[in-house]
Design a protein around this ligand. Structure first.
Ligand SMILES: Cc1ncc(C[n+]2csc(CCOP(=O)(O)OP(=O)(O)O)c2C)c(N)n1
Length: 582
C-alpha cells in the first residue's frame, strides 16, 4: 500500500475516534477533527512533525500548537495514534472530569499538549512566542560544531483565531522579526460557529500575510501529497519569512449531511455517525476502532523517530562535553531559579532617600539578568518609562537573535501571549512591561498564564493616580483590585527598593504561576531609615506576602477601640500598629 493510502487510512481512524468521542459525551466540536484529518495524518503519521512520543518535552522536538482549541479531539486522537501516553481509555473519557482529555487542551494535563488553548487567537500568539524562544535558543546554544536546536513551530488555526486581534498583533510581530521557523497551518474552511465565514470576513489571507512579511501558499488541505510537500517546503525555508499554509478544507468532512456548514461543529452531525463511519470504511457497529494497519504505520514511525532521537542525543552529548559552561547554563535555564541566590545578587539599597520603584526595579532586573542568563524582557514601546531595559544584553532582531530585549511594539495583548509562549517552552524566564493601566489590554493572556501556571513576570509601572497630568485614561483606579481577583496571579506592589528586590526575585524564581509587579512612577521614601524593620527583614517579609513593617512603640491601651469613622468627619490619626501593618 502506498504511503498516501496508509495516511488516508490513518485519517479515517482519526475521524472515527473523533466521531465516537464527541458522540459518547454528547458535546464537543466535530468539525475540525474531521476537516483537518489529512493535515493531522501528514503531521503525526507522515513525518511532518519531528517528535518523540515517549519524551514529549524533548528539547529539539517540533512544537505543535492547536490554536483552535475547540477542536481538541483532533489533538487527542492524533496523540493517541502517534504513541503518546494518551490511552484509548482516556480518549473514551473525552471532556469528562479528571480525564486527560479535557474539553479544551490544558497545559500540564496531557502529554504532547504544548499549551492551553480555547480562547481563540491565543495559540497563534503563543506559537510566535515558541518561535522566538527557538530562535533565541539556537543563537545562544548552537555552536559551529554542534546544532542542538533546529526545530520548527507548527500551529493549526482556523478563521476564528485569525480574526482575533491578539493573533493579528502576533503575526505582524513574527513577520517583522523574521521568525522563519514558524509554520501556520490555516484550516481555511470558510465556516465559523454561527455562520459561513463570509458573513464576517472578506480579506484575502494570502495578500494579507504576504504584506506582513510571510510566505503564503494556498493548497487543498485534503490532498495528502500537497500537504506533505507544502510542510516540507515550509520547513526548508530559511529566507526570513514565516510560512502560512492556507489549506482549503471542508469542515466536518465524512458526515455528508453536515459537511461544509456550521452544522458540522457540534452534535448536529452525531445522529449520522454510524452510517458515516461505514461509508468511510470503518466496520459497521464498531466504536473507537483503529485498524491494525494504522497501528503498524505508527509502530514504524516510532522506530524512525527513535533513530532520529538517538542521532540528536549523540550530538547533544558531544555538545555538552565540548561546551560545559553552555550546558550548565541550559540545565539551569530549564529548572526553576534559586530565589535566595537571585535575591542575594541584589546589594542592599541606601537606607534613606527616596526613589520610584520603577527606577529601583530597573536596577534590580539588570542585576538579576546578570546573575541569571535565562531572564529576558520586553516592553510595548515603553522601555523608556518602564525602565526594564537590560543594558548590554542586545535587542532581539533578525540580525541579533541573542538579544534579550524584545521590542513588542504597541501590541500589549500579543506581548502577553508571546511571553506565555516563551514560558511554555521552558527555556527562558520571560518578563514584559507596559503601564499598569494597560493591564486590561493584556488581561486575557494574564488569565491564561495564571491558569496554566506559567512563570511570567509583568513589570507594570505608573501604578496609581500619581500619574497625574496624563489624566484619567492613564490613572489606574480599579486596576490592581481587579488583577488581585485572578486566581494564581501574584500581585506585588512593593513600597521601596528592598521590597522591590524581593518582589522581582520572587517573581523570577516562581515556578507555578505569573507575578505582576505594580511599580510607581513617583518617588517613594526608603523605609529603612523610617524606623521600620531592616532591609533583610523586609525582603523576607515581602517574599512571604506580608509582614510587620514597624512594631508599635507603646503598650496598647485596653479601652482603645477606635472610634467609629464617619465619612463626613476627618479620620482619627492612625495608631502605629495600624499604620505600619503591611
Ligand atoms: C475568544 C473566543 N471567542 C469565542 C469563542 C467561542 N468559539 C469557539 S469555536 C468558535 C468559532 C471558530 O471558528 P473557526 O475558527 O473558523 O473554527 P471552525 O469553524 O473551523 O471549527 C467560537 C466563536 C472562543 N472559543 N474564544
Amino acid at each position: 500500500m502506498s504511503v498516501d493510502r496508509r495516511l488516508a487510512t490513518a485519517a479515517t481512524a482519526a475521524r472515527g475516534l473523533a466521531m465516537d468521542a464527541v458522540h459518547a459525551c454528547s458535546s464537543g466540536h466535530l468539525g475540525l477533527p474531521l476537516g483537518a484529518a489529512e493535515i493531522g495524518a501528514v503531521l503525526f503519521g507522515g513525518g511532518g512533525l519531528r517528535f518523540d512520543p515517549k519524551d514529549p518535552r524533548w528539547l529539539n522536538r517540533d512544537r505543535f500548537i492547536l490554536s483552535a482549541g475547540h477542536g481538541s479531539m483532533f489533538l487527542y486522537g492524533w496523540l493517541h495514534l502517534a504513541g503518546y501516553d494518551v490511552p484509548l481509555e482516556q480518549v473514551k473519557k473525552f471532556r469528562a472530569l479528571h480525564s486527560i482529555t479535557p474539553g479544551h487542551p490544558e497545559f500540564h494535563e496531557t502529554p504532547g499538549v504544548e499549551c492551553t488553548t480555547g480562547p481563540l487567537g491565543q495559540g497563534v500568539a503563543n506559537a510566535v512566542g515558541f518561535a522566538l524562544s527557538g530562535k533565541l535558543a539556537a543563537a545562544t546554544y548552537n555552536t559551529a560544531e554542534h546544532t542542538i536546536f533546529d526545530h520548527h513551530v507548527v500551529v493549526l488555526a482556523g478563521d476564528g483565531c485569525l480574526q482575533e486581534g491578539v493573533a493579528r498583533e502576533a503575526v505582524a510581530f513574527a513577520g517583522h522579526n523574521q521568525l522563519d521557523n514558524l509554520i501556520l497551518i490555516y484550516d481555511a474552511n470558510n465556516v465559523t460557529l454561527d455562520a459561513m465565514a463570509k458573513v464576517t470576513q472578506s480579506e484575502d489571507a494570502r495578500a494579507l500575510f504576504s504584506a506582513l512579511g510571510w510566505d503564503a501558499i494556498v493548497l487543498d488541505g485534503h490532498d495528502i501529497n500537497a500537504v506533505r510537500t507544502a510542510v516540507k517546503l515550509a520547513k526548508r525555508n530559511d529566507n526570513g519569512r514565516p510560512t502560512i499554509l492556507i489549506c482549503k478544507t471542508e469542515i466536518g468532512r465524512g458526515i455528508a449531511e453536515v459537511a461544509g456548514t456550521q452544522k458540522a461543529h457540534g452534535e448536529g452531525g452525531a445522529k449520522f455517525i454510524e452510517a458515516s463511519k461505514v461509508k468511510l470504511g470503518l466496520p459497521a457497529g464498531s466504536h473507537f476502532y483503529v485498524h491494525d494497519e494504522v497501528r503498524a504505520l505508527f509502530t514504524e514511525r516510532q522506530a524512525a523517530q527513535q533513530k532520529d532521537r538517538a542521532a540528536w542525543e549523540q550530538t547533544f552529548q558531544a555538545w555538552r562535553q565540548a561546551n560545559p559552561a553552555l550546558a550548565a547554563q541550559l540545565d539551569a535555564a530549564t529548572k526553576p531559579a534559586d530565589e535566595a541566590k537571585l535575591l542575594a545578587s541584589v546589594s542592599e539599597f541606601a537606607p534613606d532617600g527616596k526613589s520610584a520603584t520603577r527606577n529601583s526595579g530597573g536596577e534590580i532586573i539588570n542585576t538579576l539578568a546578570n546573575a541569571d542568563p535565562a531572564i529576558v524582557t520586553g516592553s510595548a514601546d515603553l522601555f523608556g518609562s518602564t525602565k526594564n531595559y537590560l543594558k548590554g544584553k542586545g535587542d532581539y532582531a533578525p540580525s541579533d537573535q541573542k538579544g534579550k530585549n524584545i521590542w513588542f511594539g504597541i501590541r500589549e495583548h500579543a506581548m502577553g501571549a508571546i511571553s506565555n509562549g516563551l514560558a511554555y517552552d521552558g527555556l527562558w524566564r520571560p518578563s514584559c512591561a507596559t503601564f499598569l493601566v494597560f493591564a486590561d489590554y493584556v488581561r486575557p493572556s494574564i488569565r491564561v498564564a495564571a491558569l496554566s501556571k506559567l512563570p511570567v513576570v509583568y513589570v507594570f509601572t505608573h501604578d496609581s493616580v500619581g500619574v497625574g497630568e496624563d489624566g484619567p485614561t492613564h490613572q489606574p483606579v480599579e486596576t490592581v483590585s481587579g488583577l488581585r481577583l485572578i486566581p494564581n496571579l501574584d500581585v506585588m506592589r512593593p513600597a521601596d527598593p528592598e521590597e522591590c528586590a524581593a518582589a522581582f526575585a520572587g517573581g523570577f524564581a516562581r515556578a507555578d504561576g505569573p507575578t505582576l509587579l505594580a511599580l510607581s512612577r513617583q518617588d517613594l521614601p526608603h523605609l529603612t531609615a523610617m524606623g521600620c524593620v531592616d532591609g533583610a527583614a523586609r525582603r523576607a517579609g515581602t517574599l512571604k506576602g506580608g509582614y510587620v513593617l514597624k512594631k508599635e512603640s507603646a503598650a496598647l491601651e485596653p479601652s482603645s477601640s477606635p472610634p467609629a469613622r464617619k465619612c463626613s468627619t476627618p479620620s482619627p490619626p492612625l495608631r502605629a500598629s495600624q499604620a505600619c501593618a503591611s
